[in-house]
Design a protein around this ligand. Structure first.
Ligand SMILES: [Zn+2]
Length: 246
């Protein structure tokens, strides 16, 4: 079976093998055993690393898939040269690993993953991690509605609120306890992330908007995807706290 995929997680397995979870276009998330991947001169080592888009020729076994052959198609591995890029890259992989169902293809996700990893490597890593989070919600049917007030349809909102429970924007007349006041700048950043990511490069999104975006993203991931905790997020919070202190 021929698939394209990205390694989400890997672990040493027995003496010289690696166990992988790979997100693929045709099979969704699968478990792959790369036999002998850690042996000297192993043929398939590069296919077992995260941050690359690979082509795999797989054989289906009883418990795992096995790699018959394959090649690296696009490598984003250079992002591992910068600590912060690794953290945001890990966030993307962990979030997908935790939410993707086993052996169930999800259309559009591999493209989203590629675009996000490319952005993390070549552009603002934090924004492209957020871009992945919002894109994942969108493509799994949980995207929030931000083009107008979700209660009254008002599109000329003076005071904006984001309501995670209702999944969208509320206006000054409809806001309720629990909805999050957001500035015009925050809204603009959220809009670009969700609908016009190509604009992210030119926009200057400041720290306070980024913090609101993380807040919205983590509330939505908790409510819609049941994600309460990610190890990668702990690391991200830690460096963000350290940065603040400087
Ligand atoms: Zn309203």
């Amino acid at each position: 079976m021929d698939v394209k995929g990205v390694v989400l997680w890997e672990s040493k397995f027995k003496e010289s093998s690696r166990l992988l979870r790979v997100f693929t276009d045709k099979l969704g998330k699968i478990t792959v055993l790369a036999q002998g991947a850690l042996r000297k001169n192993a043929k398939h080592l590069s296919l077992t690393q995260p941050f690359t888009l690979n082509h795999y020729e797989l054989i289906r076994g009883k418990s795992f898939y096995y790699i018959k052959d394959g090649e690296v198609l696009i490598s984003y591995y250079d992002l591992s040269r910068k600590y912060e890029k690794i953290l945001y890259g890990n966030f993307v992989l962990e979030l997908l690993d935790r939410t993707a169902p086993e052996e169930e293809p999800v259309p559009g996700i591999l493209e989203l993953l590629n675009r996000s990893l490319e952005g993390i490597l070549n552009s603002d890593e934090e924004l492209y991690a957020l871009f992945f989070g919002f894109g994942l919600l969108e493509r799994t049917g949980f995207g929030s509605e931000i083009r107008g007030c979700i209660r009254c349809g008002n599109r000329k909102i003076k005071e904006l609120y984001f309501d995670p429970e209702e999944g969208g924007i509320l206006c000054e007349n409809c806001n309720r306890p629990g909805s999050l006041p957001i500035s015009k700048e925050d809204y603009k950043a959220l809009y670009f992330l969700k609908h016009k990511p190509e604009r992210l490069k030119e926009e200057n999104i400041d720290r306070s908007s980024r913090e609101i975006l993380w807040k919205i993203s983590s509330l939505e991931c908790r409510l819609r995807l049941d994600i309460r905790h990610l190890n990668s997020m702990d690391m991200i919070n830690k460096i963000q706290r350290e940065k603040k202190r400087i």
